[in-house]
Every structure is written in C-alpha cells, then in structure tokens.
Design a protein around this ligand. Structure first.
Ligand code: PMP
Length: 405
C-alpha cells in the first residue's frame, strides 16, 4: 500500500493555484507548512461563533473556549505520550519554548563557570537564547561539531561533557542539512551523568511521531506552523520534575496563585508558564492539525516523504555544478544546495517565476554557512502533500535555469 498525496491535496486548497501563471509547486515546507481546511474551520468556529477568553469568566462562550483549549492540551499530551497534560505548555512556537527553558532553567540551575552544550548545526533559535543566558550567568557554551556528511561527531560528546555541564540542547532534524540526529543516544549519554536534554523539534515533529516517554527527553519544543497548524502556536513539553523547580518566565495574569504588593505566589504548571491571554485559538488549531495528522497512516506518510527526498536527491545529484549540503545517512524532508555560477537569490527568484517556492538565504544558521564557507544556500523542503511529479517539475526547472546561465 502506498500514500496518495492527490487524495489529501483537496484538504489543502491553497496548493491548487497558479503562481506567475504556473501551477504552484510549494517546496518551502521547512519554513512553514500549509494548513488543511479542517484546521482553518476549527479556528473559525472560535473566531466566528464562540469566542470567549479562557479560564476567566463563567459565561457560555468562555466555558466552551476553555474546554476546547484544555481539550487541545490533552490531544497534544496524548500525541506526545506525555505522562500528564500539565507537562504540555502552550507557547508561541519553538523560539519562545527554547527561550523559556534557557531563562527559567538557567535561572534555577546555571551558575558562573557552568557549561551548556549545543551543536554546530543549530538554528539560531537554539543558539542565541543559550548564549544570552550564558552571558548573564558567566557560563560557557560548548559545541558538538558535525562532519563532512553533515552528521554530528557524537564521539566528541564524551569529552565535551564535564562535571560542569548543566544542559544539552540539540536539534532533532537540521533545518539546513536535513540530518536526523541520534537524539536517543545523546539523551542516554547525558542521563548517565544526570544532565537534562532539550530537543529542538521544530523540524522533527513535522516528520516523526514523538513519544517523549520512550525518547526520555527532558524538554521537546516545536512550532504549530511547521506542523500544518497555525502561526503563533507552539508547545514546550517538559518533565514535571524540571518544570516544578523552574521559576516563571513571564509574569502577569493567570500565572499567579495570589498577588499582594509584598509578595506573589505562583500557579501550578502548566499555568505558571502561560502568563496573560494565550493564543488559545492557535492552540485549538494546533490540536486540530494533530488530529488531522492522526487521521493519516503515519508509516505511509513517512515513507512517501522519504521517497520524495530520495527522488529529489538522486535527480539533483545529476546536475553538473550542483553541490548538496548534508549527505547524512539519515535525513528528513530537507535538501539544501547551490549551483555553481548562479546566485542563490537569482535562483530563488527565477524558480518563483516558474511557480516554484523554495527558501534562499542563510537559513537562520550562520554557523552552518561558515562551516561550508558559503554566504547563502537554496533550500527545498518537502511535505506529505508534495508529489513525485512536482519534484520532476523542480528538477526540470533547475536544468532549464542552469542552461540559461
Ligand atoms: N529550530 C529549527 C530547527 C527551525 O527550523 C526553526 C524555524 N525555522 C526554529 C527553531 C524556530 O521556529 P519558530 O520560528 O517557529 O519559532
């Protein structure tokens, strides 16, 4: 049995369009994926029919919205197989999730001279918050390098970990190289020394079904908009044992227990980390996206995504002067490259003229650009609604543009 993307494309009407007179080929899924109508309709319900602020009032709209918001948390808990829904914190996305941990975990556990380990292939969102925290605390940031294939040099981890290491933060899947990192091995090694691990799942969650108990990660962060859900929605999963000990990140309404001018006490998790009015419509939409994903056969979806990536890699490798960045044995969804003699921005603009959407630039990963000594790259990225025919159109377009130059 195989997955038929044409069947589910009816759920994504945005894909059925002409762009610059050509049928749209959307290959910028790692930047943001498209949303199915089921997600948009669910969100519209709460904007057009029953909008009320959550956890605050006793009227019908507020009750219905609160119920849907907490139901969304439970859907996500179940999807991640978290032990309890209090371990699911709604955020605005991966960036906020990581900043929350860097701030609150950092405040509670990191002191002068301590160390934090990240990798050379992190998105800026999993570098800068740690760097800012290290600067505040007088701590040191250490880096696991990657090799010429774009795979982490895991053997360096043993020597990087010291008695001062307080946390390891690593991306599940690289947004540039597509590398699927051996996160289970990293977690196992870290836990031998009682060091917690945060996984940046911005690019992992869209491809893999995550079981946080099996993985045994301490934190897992992801964004709704890359997971067929809305922008401004996201999740931080965290183990209760850490979240309970971490101070709040933002202060305000709902995160408190009791406020006086002398002293404020704080609410329990997850509310302690959800100050102010959260993006509850976004959270409800994200849960709808997850329910949508659960309605598909995940094994077939993953196989189809792998087929797209493999087909695209094989095709692009035949183009003279084209360099692929990242040739790890295990990759997911992402294919970044440059073509000799063509500026990536020109390539991106010309592809757009042909209806093909790709990402160009530094991909929020300066250290990867430095590693390969390039200024920019072109990135194509695939979702389950892409077809083999679209990959063929993309390949033919590259051939045509290359000939033009
Ligand atoms: N980490 C990785 C690996 C990413 O690809 C991204 C988004 N490009 C982020 C973090 C940040 O996600 P967001 O902008 O949705 O917060």
């Amino acid at each position: 049995m195989s997955f038929d993307p044409l069947k589910i494309r009816k759920d994504f009407p945005i894909l059925d369009q002409k762009v610059n007179g050509k049928s749209l080929v959307y290959l910028d899924n790692a930047a943001t994926s498209q949303r199915p109508v089921q997600v948009v309709e669910r969100m519209n319900e709460f904007s057009l029919i029953t909008n009320g602020n959550i956890h605050r009032a006793t009227h019908t709209f507020a009750n219905k919205t609160t119920e849907a918001f907490e139901q969304a948390r439970e859907i996500i808990r179940s999807y991640l197989n978290a032990t309890e829904s209090a371990e699911v914190i709604f955020t605005s996305g991966t960036t906020e999730s990581i900043n929350l941990v860097a701030h609150s975990f950092g405040d509670a556990f990191i002191h002068e001279g301590d160390e934090v380990i990240v990798t050379e292939m992190e998105h800026h969102a999993n570098i800068v918050p740690w760097q800012m925290m290290c600067e505040r605390k007088g701590a040191k940031l250490k880096v696991i390098p990657f090799n010429e294939k774009g795979e982490l040099s895991i053997d360096t981890l043993d020597s990087l970990i010291t008695g001062k290491t307080k946390i390891i933060a690593v991306t599940h899947v690289s947004n540039v190289l597509g590398t699927v990192n051996p996160v289970a091995t990293i977690i196992e090694k870290a836990h031998l020394k009682n060091i917690p691990v945060l996984i940046d799942g911005a690019q992992g969650a869209p491809h893999f079904q995550i079981d946080v108990q099996t993985l045994d990660c301490d934190f897992y962060a992801f964004s709704g908009h890359k997971l067929y859900g809305p922008t401004g929605s996201g999740v931080l999963y965290g183990k209760r044992k850490w979240l309970d000990q971490m101070p709040p990140f933002l202060g305000g309404g709902e995160m408190i227990d009791r406020v006086t001018f002398g002293k404020t006490t704080f609410n329990e998790i997850p509310y302690k980390f959800e100050a102010g009015t959260p993006n509850y419509v976004g959270a409800i939409g994200l849960a709808a996206a997850i329910s949508y994903l659960e309605s598909l056969d995940h094994t077939l979806v993953l196989k189809h995504e792998q087929n797209l990536l493999q087909f695209a890699s094989e095709k692009l490798k035949t183009i003279n002067g084209l360099t692929i960045y990242g040739e790890a044995n295990e990759k997911a969804g992402v294919l970044s490259f440059n073509i000799e003699g063509i500026h990536p921005f020109d390539l991106g603009t010309l592809l757009d003229q042909l209806g093909i959407a790709v990402r160009t630039g530094r991909l929020c990963a300066d250290p990867i650009m430095d590693h390969f000594e390039v200024e920019n790259m072109v990135r194509s990225s695939f979702a389950f609604y892409n077809t083999m025919e679209e990959v063929e159109v993309f390949y033919q377009a590259l051939i045509r543009l290359k000939a033009m130059f």
